[in-house]
Design a protein around this ligand. Structure first.
Ligand SMILES: [Ca+2]
Length: 277
């Protein structure tokens, strides 16, 4: 690609943010031109195949057309002409592969992989949590191991179903990432500001993302609620299926309590709303 002398300069700082080698996805980034008016968008090419264009400094490649070659990011001017390309070689054929991650209820996260046939130096393994559901603080840890190592275990990891990205970065080869979810063994109890108005209980919809069902016990018996799709009453409030009107109702039971269940089938501790159980 030759550009006339007045062409836009190639963006700096092009790099692979994450290469999900097993699924062919890749996130790349670069620094945008400081003179924002000059560039209309950035075109992205893999081995000279156009994979998309965007006015941004990050780009998600959904399906890499090749496992090695060259990524180019090219600024496009207001006149529609492409400027100089930033060029980044990549090679996912000679790096770690077959990355497997195992999250267990004892809080261990074990990562196993296959090393490239050509040794590529020490390996840095990063664990970052994403889409935190109930964690107070995201996980951001790394360990460095020698080049022939094929597994590593992190302790005291979440067991609440949060997402993670594990990245393995050999010193002299491209980093490879995998994403998944930690095991989920916990359901947090109902935590909204409920109140009684006489015998009418007001039960705000749970705000946490970590719930699927809400059970209301009246003297030990599950209360039924209507659902929005006319499939009759159910013995629980179902996320996205129960009417808002369900959340205020009259009860004369002596004991009322609620339990949440999450998508993994975990049940929370009960929260007592009236009586002693
Ligand atoms: Ca959970």
């Amino acid at each position: 690609m030759t550009a006339p002398p007045s062409a836009l300069k190639a963006p700096s700082g092009i790099e692979i943010a994450e290469a999900f080698a097993d699924t062919g996805e890749m996130n790349i980034r670069w620094k945008m031109n400081a003179n924002y008016g000059e560039v209309k968008q950035y075109n992205v090419y893999v081995n000279d195949t156009f994979v998309g264009g965007k006015y941004d400094e990050v780009f998600y490649i959904k399906n890499l057309p090749a496992r090695s070659g060259t990524i180019k990011v090219v600024p496009v001017g207001a006149d529609g002409l492409e400027g100089d390309a930033a060029v980044l070689p990549f090679d996912l054929t000679n790096t770690v592969s077959n990355v497997r991650v195992d999250s267990t209820a004892d809080g261990k996260l074990t990562i196993r992989w296959t090393n490239p046939s050509k040794p590529a130096g020490n390996l840095k393994i990063n664990v970052d949590s994403v889409n935190a559901v109930t964690s107070k603080k995201p996980v951001k840890l790394n360990k460095v191991v020698s080049e022939n190592t094929t597994s590593v275990t992190f302790d005291k990891m979440p067991v609440n179903g949060d997402g993670y990205v594990v990245t393995i970065s050999p010193k002299r080869a491209d980093a490879v990432a995998v994403s998944g979810s930690f095991i989920d063994t916990v359901a947090e109890p109902y935590a909204e500001k409920w109140y009684w108005e006489g015998d009418t209980l007001h039960l705000p919809m749970p705000e946490t993302r970590d719930w699927r069902y809400l059970y209301v016990y009246e003297d030990g018996v599950l209360r039924s609620f209507p659902t929005t799709y006319g499939v009759g009453d159910k013995d629980r409030i179902i996320r996205g299926r129960s009417t808002k009107a369900s959340l205020a109702f009259t009860s004369t039971a002596e004991n009322v309590s609620v339990i949440l269940e999450d998508y993994a089938g975990n049940r929370s501790e009960p929260v007592v709303l009236r009586g002693d159980n």
